[in-house]
Design a protein around this ligand. Structure first.
Ligand code: 6PG
Length: 254
């Protein structure tokens, strides 16, 4: 088992998206060459939109879209047509513009009014896709995504693993509905075991509003309960931080 962390410092958001796009292309091509397919979990929020736009345009020709399989590392508890939907954002920025078979896209069934049921259904979808033992959440086996994309919230959250929330303690289920008191809503999110089973996890972090949290996550000593992004360390994989100059402004000089 080997794991390593790399911090890629770019100057502008555009350079960050270009570097991240190169990484996606490289990992997609090698995964398809080695295993015949590339499994990727997409992040939501606003930051990755620039990456998705690039993948659907200048990088598109280099990507094996028919061998790429798309999931989401978290979703808001809203229908796919809702302006807040991570699926909707990704579909508009990328998936609707490229030739990926509909059967390769596995969105969270977040239109289900029962968030826990939506999370359980998504876990079954993931287990079935990776041909893992169905149902038994006791199963310790977690699927290995080739790449999971994540963002960093100003409060140190990632996916929908928010500070001091129940999902942070989850160690066997792969996907849960996490009640976020400050947002007064459930979010459907990958859990730490699923994130840390990946071959690679890439954070995209842009903007000065992220600088304090990034400093704390990479260089601080506060507990992970308060900065859940600290919990992300692939056991046998690579952790890559794509950060722009503004976001890295709180980090110790290289
Ligand atoms: C979400 C995301 C969330 C996001 C961070 C950063 O559903 O909102 O998955 O974890 O990555 O909140 O969001 P921004 O990129 O918008 O700053």
């Amino acid at each position: 088992m080997s794991s390593s962390t790399e911090i890629r410092r770019l100057t502008t958001p555009q350079e960050l998206f270009e570097a991240a796009a190169e990484e996606v292309v490289h990992r997609a091509q090698s995964a398809v060459a080695e295993r015949g397919r590339f499994t990727i979990a997409l992040s939501g929020g606003s930051t990755p939109k620039g990456l998705y736009t690039l993948l659907a345009s200048s990088a598109s020709a280099s990507l094996p879209w028919d061998r790429m399989f798309f999931f989401w590392s978290d979703e808001r508890h809203v229908p796919p047509t809702d302006p807040d939907s991570n699926y909707r954002m990704t579909n508009e920025a990328m998936l609707s513009k490229v030739s990926v078979p509909a059967g390769n896209i596995f969105r969270v069934p977040a239109e289900n009014p029962d968030a826990a049921a939506a999370a359980a259904a998504y876990e079954q979808t993931i287990r079935k896709f990776f041909a893992l033992e169905a149902g038994a959440s006791e199963s310790k086996e977690a699927p290995r995504f080739d790449l999971i994309l994540l963002g960093l919230g100003p409060d140190g959250h990632t996916a929908s693993l928010f500070p001091e929330t129940a999902a942070l303690q989850e160690r066997s289920r792969l996907v849960v509905a996490n009640w976020v008191e400050k947002l007064k809503t459930h979010r459907i999110t990958f859990t730490v075991p699923l994130l840390n089973a990946a071959r690679a996890v890439a954070f995209l972090v842009s903007g000065t509003d992220k600088a304090p949290a990034l400093h704390e996550v990479l260089e601080g000593s506060a507990p992970a309960e308060q900065y859940p992004s600290k919990l992300v360390h692939p056991e046998d994989g690579k952790l890559i931080w794509f950060v722009d100059k503004a976001a890295a402004s709180g980090l110790a000089a290289v």
